[in-house]
Ligand binder design. Sequence first.
Ligand code: NCD
Ligand code: ZN
Ligand code: ZN
Length: 347
Amino acid sequence: MTTLEITRPDDWHVHLRDGAALADTAPAMARYFGRAIIMPNLVPPVMNASQALDYKARINAAQADSPRQFEPLMVLYLTDNTTAEDIRAAKQAGVVACKLYPAGATTNSDSGVTDIKKLYPVLQAMQEQGILLLVHGEVTDSHIDIFDREQAFIERTLQPLVSDLPNLKVVLEHITTKDAVEFVSNNPGNVAATITAHHLLYNRNHMLAGGIRPHYYCLPILKRNIHQQALIAAATSGNPQFFLGTDSAPHIQGNKETSCGCAGCYTAYAAIELYAEAFEQAGALDKLEAFASHFGPDFYGLPRNSDTITLSKSPWQVPAQLSLGGQPLIPLCAGETLQWQVKPKLA
Ligand SMILES: NC(=O)N[C@@H](CC(=O)O)C(=O)O
Ligand SMILES: [Zn+2]
Ligand SMILES: [Zn+2]
């Protein structure tokens, strides 16, 4: 196969950052994504409807000069102080989801939730209003091994939560384990998961064997090969509970290549191209379209995009360095050759 035409994809989990960074991250998304779920972990976070609307306006301003535009879908960051009233106001403002970050779990999660039980009235309001719950699924206890934190979160927090709120739509974001695949598959259709391209392409050996490679470091951390295989099987299974979310999470070079580097991989520059790489390696290119373009909008209750993009098999070299708000940014796969690219479509 040398060309592949698919329904225009959406990204159900991306970090665009703010300020000068938007001049790079927003146009990258506008290249071919229809919509994108915009993560709210700014400093300070996006915590209410008016902050979400302001952030959306900044994103749209940053893509105004792009040849085409994508639609940002806004998300609130849940804190211990979020109220049911915040949820109703968010619904009015067009916010589609709220994000649960266990406090301290990942980048900019210090304002996250400390006790999920206290948040149940808010989750009830979300269930009533049809607002989705998006979850960074890791426990934060220092005595739990970093490689076990997703599994522990599922057992301790997520399974009870989905049992208590059976009508809440829940997305376990950026899953990294066989346990997460099993949890989602064993739950009804109101529970889903996003899978990143990097968790399909890599396991922890890529990050740690033969030298430590900070650009593979993200959270939840890359796991062993058996988990990677389970993710590939889930993404290519045709089960609509698994869909595309890049978790493209840029950090400038200096904050990655340092003694205590930030978590996050930058993939938005070639998102669908990286997924195509992973699906082709799995012999499942025919499953890419549904994963990238159908199951996400179906789960969110939104229409699928009505136009298409075309990928062509034509090897190209990823630049060694990109820019994030005028500072050096090392993309995932810097300097490597990728097989697929998206043809510019004539208007
Ligand atoms: N995935 C990451 O490693 N980092 C994300 C945060 C997140 O999605 O957990 C970021 O904002 O940098
Ligand atoms: Zn996360
Ligand atoms: Zn993320």
